[in-house]
Design a protein around this ligand. Sequence first.
Ligand code: IUR
Length: 461
Amino acid sequence: MSAMSEGEECAVSSFPELIRRKRDGGRLSKQDIRTFVHGVSSGNIQEGQLGAMLMAIWQKGMAADETVALTQEMMLSGEVLQWPADWAGLVVDKHSTGGVGDKVSLPLAPALAACGCKVPMISGRGLAHTGGTLDKLESIPGFSVSQSVEKIHEILVNVGCCIVGQTETLVPADRVMYALRDATSTVDSLPLITGSILSKKGAEGLNALVLDVKFGKAALYKDLNSARELAQSMVTVGNSMGMRTGAVLSRMDAPIGRLVGNTLEVCESLECLKGRGPDDLRELVTSLGGYLLWMSGRVASLARGQEALAGVLGNGAALQKFQAMLQAQGVSADIARSLCCSTTRPADYFLHLKPAQHKAELTVQSDGTVVDIDGMVLAQVLHKLGAGRTKAGEPINHSVGAELLVTLGQQVKKGDAWLRVHYDSPTLDSQQHSDLQASLLIGSADSYHADPRVAEFILPQ
Ligand code: IUR
C-alpha cells in the first residue's frame, strides 16, 4: 500500500523547505511527513537532503504527534500484513532494544504460541556488541530465516509462531533511513528509533506488543531514566497506532543467563524450553510473555499470564511448538526431534550444532563474592574473536562464545574456574585475557545486592 496517491505527489523542491523548518525548530505537519517519507521510499529525496533531515530531527526532536505520523508513514511505505478476522486479539510480538546473552525470543515465541497466540516474529541480525536472534537460529543446520509472506501465514496457521528476517516488501523506508542514520551519527534519536522499531512492528499487523527496553552497562541506554523516556515514547506511539503496547524496563549489566554466543545461546534456549536453564532467563520470558497475555486480554492479570507462561515451559507444550517451528523453517525432522527431546542434554546438542575448536578456562584471582560480570566487556572480547559483526553483511563465527561458570552473589575461591571461552582463533591474546579478567568483579558479600532482571512495567496508555 502506498502512503500517497499519484495526484498528491509533492515536488522535490519542497524538501529544502521541510529541512529548514525542522532545522529551525518548527513542527512538521502530517502532510510534510508524508512528503518526506514518500521521498525516501520513492528515491526522490537526495541522500544529502535525507542526511540533513535526519540530523535536523536528531537535533530538534519531534513532538509526539509528529513521531506518530513519522511511524505511520514509514509503516505504510510498504506492505502491511493482514490476518484472518478470527485471529483478532491473538497476534502478538516482542521487541528488545538488545543485550548480551539475550536469547529471550527463542523460547518466548513458541511459549506464546503454546498459549494460543499467533506470533509473526520479524527479527534482526546482531550488530556491534549485541547478538541477533536470526544469527542464533542460523547456528541450527537447515534453519531458514528467509520466508515469504505466504509462507509466514502458512506457518502461523499450522504452528502459531515463526521467527524470520525482514522481507523486501515490509517498511522499505526504514531500510534507507537506517543505513543513512548509521553513516550520519543519528542512530540515537528518540523519534528515529521509535519510528524505525514501531513501523516494522506495525507492519506485522499486531494486536499487542511488549517492548523490552534495557538499561545498564551493556544496553543502548545506560541509565533507567533515559530507558524510561524511550519506553514511554514507544508506548505512546504504539498505542496511538492501534497496537496495545506496553514496556518492561530490564537490567542489562551482567549477561542474561550463563551462555553467550550464537550456538551456545541456542543450547540455553532449549534448556529453558525444557523447564530447566537459568532463573533470570525464565523470569524475562514469563514476564514479557505474561504481560502480552494480559495486554491482549487472554488472562485477567499479569500474575496469571506469568503462570501460564511458566506452565507451558514446564509441561513441554512450548518445546513442541519450537520443534514444529524448526521443521517448518527448514530443519530436518531428525535434527529437530533430537534437539527437542526432553532427555537430550546440552553436551548432546553438539551432535548437531558446530562446536568451537578450542576452549580456555579463566580462574578467579582472589577469594570473595561475585559482585558483577561486565557483559559489555565480555561481548566486546567475543566480538573480536569473531562472534559479532562491525558492518551489516559481514560473516560471523556462530561457535564463538563463553560459558559463565559462576553466578552473581556466589562465593568463590582464588583458582576457581569462572569462565570458559569457546574460540576458533589459534590463541586468546594477552589483551583479551586481561580484558576478560577485568570484567569479573569480586568483592565482599555485603557489596552484592541481588536485583531482579525486570525493574519496571510501563502500562499501555
Ligand atoms: N533497531 C531498529 O530496528 N531500529 C533502530 O533504530 C534501532 C534498533 I537503535
